[in-house]
Design a protein. Structure first.
Length: 243
């Protein structure tokens, strides 16, 4: 929940100017607030590999749910991606794994690709049960999907203790969890699907650490918060993506 429309348009315009084309096989998504989706989508039109994402999606279809934004609404304005289960939604708006399951289903009903977030709080990391915790989030949230839907699925691993705190998981901690997540997918869906899934790391990604984090074999990209609000910083992060 940052920036006015004019500030957001300026930011995206500067980023588009700063990144002259993406590396083959990479994509850049801008997850903007609901009121700016249409304008932002117009800005990236015609830019190969650049897309606009919503930051959330309703768990229900159209109806009497004041304040919610449905998959049908997003589809009707040409939006093809939605973040689901960001830790701030889970924490501040009490979104449960069960609710997120419904959101994932609604997204697919309307041809919207979910960017499904998972990640443990500090207390769980400290007692060493982060793998079990994330396993449960994925089991409840997405492992009900069939293989077709899991092909090319996007997961963002975001250790809550590293979001907006300036604390980054080390590249090794990110890689360990990403490898764990990929092995869970592999067990359930097989190797081909596991390797088609993009696993993004989120939590204080910056221009100075992006290359090292993205350099790990199971880290396919990033979900960037604070650093995305600065055009030159975000351009450097995009340039750090591996092919
Ligand atoms: P951050 O945010 O990059 O500021 O830590 C990440 C996020 O919001 O997912």
């Amino acid at each position: 929940m940052n920036l006015t429309l004019a500030e957001g348009e300026k930011l995206i315009t500067e980023i588009l100017q700063g990144v002259s084309g993406l590396k083959p096989g990479t994509e850049a998504l801008f997850a903007v607030p609901f009121p700016y989706l249409v304008q932002a989508n117009n800005l990236v039109k015609g830019q190969t590999g650049m897309f606009i994402s919503a930051q959330d999606i309703a768990a229900t279809n159209n109806g009497a749910f004041t304040g919610e934004v449905s998959g049908a609404m997003l589809k009707s304005i040409g939006i093809k991606y939605a973040i689901i289960g960001h830790s701030e939604r889970r924490e501040y708006f009490h979104e449960s794994n069960e609710l997120l399951t419904e959101k994932v289903i609604r997204a697919f009903e309307h041809g919207i690709h979910p960017i499904f977030c998972c990640g443990e709080p500090l207390s769980i990391r400290e007692n060493g049960s982060q793998n079990t915790y994330v396993n449960q989030q994925l089991r409840d949230g997405i492992f009900h999907l069939d293989s077709e839907k899991m092909k090319g699925f996007i997961i963002a691993y975001e250790p809550i203790w590293a979001i907006g705190t300036g604390k980054t998981a080390t590249a090794e901690q990110a890689e360990d969890m990403h490898a764990h997540i990929r092995s869970l997918i592999e067990k359930q869906y097989g190797t081909d699907i596991a390797s088609s899934v993009s696993i993004l790391y989120g939590g204080s990604v910056k221009a100075t650490n992006a290359k090292e984090i993205f350099g790990k074999p199971n880290v396919d990209g990033g979900l960037v918060g604070g650093a995305s609000l600065n055009a030159s910083e975000f351009c450097e992060i995009i340039k750090s993506l591996k092919n």
